[in-house]
Design a protein around this ligand. Structure first.
Ligand code: SF4
Length: 363
């Protein structure tokens, strides 16, 4: 099976179409998930919001955030009009903050360029910030019945198995071939698209899971070529694994007159646009900033590990409540270190977009 070509894959897809779609739609109606809040009204704003939140994040985590966002921003117009900091604050804890920034920019573009109405096709939706092909397909198929296939990580896994596509998905051309095959599998009737799309998501989340696919109860069991190989869990093949690395930072938590010194992170990179304590790469750099008095007085806080997709990040905060003279001495060094920095009243911290570990720390 390792030598399957793109043409053979396409042929395989054509052989099982339209049966796969028929089986999946029926299964979704009977046994799929129907209780998720964004399913209650298939409305572009809600679907878009849920899709962006669900990227890299579990459904159970997203539920609370989704409700809070909708309560605060019931429409795309409300979201577009909100200050970015408020959006980031509400997003804190979901991670991948570029998603929140794009969410805000996208809402503003929908208002400015599309009269407050989401475009109806996957192609047009992809022109908006933060909406990639799979999210665009989800919105277009759920809300407008467009016959396009979503293609997130779960769907790639499910389709690789059902079509026994054993080529390495680290190679873009192999993903493209799978996409072409996926396009063959969508139902003929556009009114079946919401159930089909949801069915793909449900299958990936509940039955065709990464380690132990539940083939016996799967609606595609009889047609699944991967299952016939005996080891569907070997698929998909992906050789290029994300390399994890470690980083350690020292965070001066400087308090002066009930204010904390915060700096804003650059627009790109980890915690983009969020407010944090200054970040230093070594104990020595921290000592240089604080001076001998600060080193003696700053209280070490518990070291914590912040886990990102590719990085384990160790954080070492040191809290120092400074008097006026001490603050005056440290300030020039602080300003040189973090030009975007400023004193923020402890009472106002909730108004600033802080990453989850700092929100927890600063309370
Ligand atoms: S039969 Fe098994 S491997 Fe095939 S799609 Fe279903 S759960 Fe996945």
């Amino acid at each position: 099976m390792t030598g399957t070509t793109s043409a053979q894959l396409l042929q395989r897809a054509q052989q099982v179409s339209p049966d796969l779609a028929t089986l999946l739609v029926a299964w979704q109606h009977q046994q799929g998930r129907h209780h998720l809040p964004w399913q209650q009204a298939r409305e572009p704003y809600r679907v878009w919001l849920s899709e962006i939140m669900l990227q890299q994040t579990q459904v159970t985590t997203v539920l609370g955030y989704f409700d809070r966002f909708l309560t605060r921003f019931p429409t795309v117009a409300a979201l577009a009009a909100a200050p970015l900091d408020e959006v980031l604050t509400l997003w804190a804890g979901l991670g991948y903050y570029s998603r929140a920034r794009n969410l805000h920019r996208c809402a503003q573009d929908v208002m400015a360029l599309h009269g407050g109405v989401f475009p109806r096709t996957a192609l047009a939706l992809q022109t908006l910030p933060g909406i990639g092909p799979s999210t665009a397909a989800a919105i277009a198929s759920f809300c407008f019945g467009e016959r396009v296939s979503i293609m997130d990580g779960n769907v790639k896994r499910v389709l690789s198995r059902v079509l026994a596509w054993e080529q390495d998905l680290s190679v873009t051309a192999h993903v493209r071939s799978l996409e072409a095959a996926a396009a063959q599998l969508v139902p003929a009737r556009s009114e079946d698209m919401p159930a089909y799309t949801q069915g793909l998501m449900d299958l990936g989340a509940t039955l065709c899971t990464p380690r132990k696919p539940a083939c016996l109860t799967c609606p595609w069991s009889d047609l699944c070529v991967g299952r016939r190989t005996g080891e569907p869990e070997r698929l998909p093949v992906k050789t290029r694994k994300l390399k994890r690395s470690e980083r350690e930072s020292w965070l001066p938590w400087l308090v002066w007159r009930q204010q904390v010194w915060l700096q804003q992170m650059p627009d790109k990179g980890v915690w983009a646009g969020l407010w944090t304590l200054p970040l230093l790469d070594s104990d020595a750099a921290l000592a240089e900033l604080l001076g001998p008095e600060g080193v003696a007085q700053a209280e070490p806080q518990p070291r914590s590990k912040h886990v990102l997709t590719h990085l384990d990040w160790w954080l070492n905060p040191r809290r120092w409540v400074m008097g006026d003279a001490q603050a005056a001495e440290v300030l020039p060094r602080l300003q040189a270190l973090s030009p975007s920095g400023r004193w923020v009243s402890e009472a106002d911290l909730a108004l600033f977009g802080l990453p989850a570990p700092l929100r927890k720390l600063l309370g």
